[in-house]
Write a protein that binds this ligand. Structure first.
Ligand code: KG4
Ligand code: ZN
Length: 338
């Protein structure tokens, strides 16, 4: 009997991610094709271009991962694909290909929630967190605090009432002329900034609750820029100083709310995932904060913070084990999926 191996397919936005997770041997192979160059000239993701590129990339990438891992289609026991949330056209490509392969190979298919997969991604690492834990999900589309008891047992404690953290990074980066995707560039620029030259607020930390609001920080960056005469009028150091004030405000705010949630739930383990969890300032801050509380924070390796196929394959594997696979031929991509 061979171990259960799950093929994972991620196509919810601008990366095609493919991986195979093996119940006995862990991750057997993974590959990613990023569309960043395709969308960069437009300053953001163009949904129709994203779908078309997924159509071209997905099958060859699956063939490559199979070949590189020395596996054949008969070795695959289930196919997991991202069913939402995300861009509808992009989701349809992965869902159609994933569902078709599962049918052709005579194995079950699983439609995976993209944020559930992000949340479980730190468990792919050697030193995996144990349940229960608090999860901070910070991506381009979501900012959420989730209490996690077991796979599938989630309780939402708080979320953003406006922009997601990643979205705020990207919009502020654009204001500062950093292009797309701006998060990593803004974070790098902030590293050269002078601490304390500008001071931004920590939104919604002065009242109880675990929700977030980040759109005001982007506005604060714009107001600061305008007071100085606009993006063209300022020098490189000033740009870095504004970037630093912004990043510190986001990171501080996230850390304050995580601390509050840990104290309220009595949990000691924090898991941070999603694209913004690749941010080095955030990783350092959360490590300090959890250490102070006698707890610990876990992250995926940086390449699994952003979108990838490994987290989809792994979430599919856990759902197979829990008996949650799909038996019929239906599939329903969900652009919005609470
Ligand atoms: O999880 P992800 O790859 O895609 C979504 O599901 O949204 O997250 C992408 C987001 C983008 O907003 C990007 O700017 C942000 O994560 N991001 C970062 C960093 N790396 C990616 N933000 C801040 N610092 C980083 N190092
Ligand atoms: Zn994502």
């Amino acid at each position: 009997r061979q171990p259960l191996r799950v093929l994972g397919i991620e196509t919810s936005c601008d990366e095609t991610g493919i991986a195979i997770y093996d119940g006995e041997n862990g991750l057997r192979g993974h590959a990613l094709h990023s569309q960043v160059d395709l969308h960069a000239v437009y300053g953001g993701v163009v949904p129709e271009l994203a779908s078309r590129d997924h159509i071209v990339r997905t099958v060859p990438l699956i063939q490559r991962v199979l070949a590189e891992s020395g596996l054949a289609p008969r070795d695959i026991g289930a196919v997991a694909y991202t069913a939402g949330p995300g861009l509808i056209g992009a989701l349809l490509v992965g869902a159609a290909i994933g569902r078709s392969l599962a049918y052709g190979w005579g194995v079950p298919a699983l439609g995976i929630h993209h944020m559930e997969a992000h949340l479980l991604a730190p468990m792919l690492e050697d030193n995996a967190p144990e349940f229960p834990f608090l999860a901070l999900l910070v991506s381009g589309g979501h900012t959420q605090l989730v209490e996690v008891d077991a796979p599938g047992a989630y309780r939402m404690l708080g979320e953003s009432i406006d922009d997601a953290a990643g979205e705020a990074f990207d919009k502020t980066a654009k204001l500062l002329g950093l292009g797309y995707p701006g998060g990593p560039a803004l974070s790098k620029l902030a590293g050269q900034g002078t601490p304390g030259r500008f001071s931004f607020p920590r939104p919604m930390t002065d009242r109880p609750g675990l929700d977030f609001s980040f759109s005001g920080l982007k506005t604060q960056a714009l107001v600061t820029l305008n007071q100085l005469g606009g993006a063209e009028a300022i020098d490189e150091q000033t740009r870095a100083d504004i970037a630093r004030a912004f990043v510190e405000a986001v990171v501080d705010t996230l850390a304050i709310k995580c601390r509050r949630a840990l104290e309220q739930t009595g949990l000691k383990t924090l898991v941070a995932a999603g694209g913004v969890s690749a941010n080095s300032q955030l990783r350092a801050k959360l490590a300090d904060m959890t250490a102070e509380l006698g707890g610990r924070v876990y992250y995926p390796r940086p390449e699994f913070c952003t979108d990838n196929g490994a987290m989809i394959a792994y979430a599919g594997y856990l759902r197979m084990k829990a008996g949650l696979q799909q038996d019929d031929l239906g599939f329903q991509p969900r652009p919005r999926w609470p």
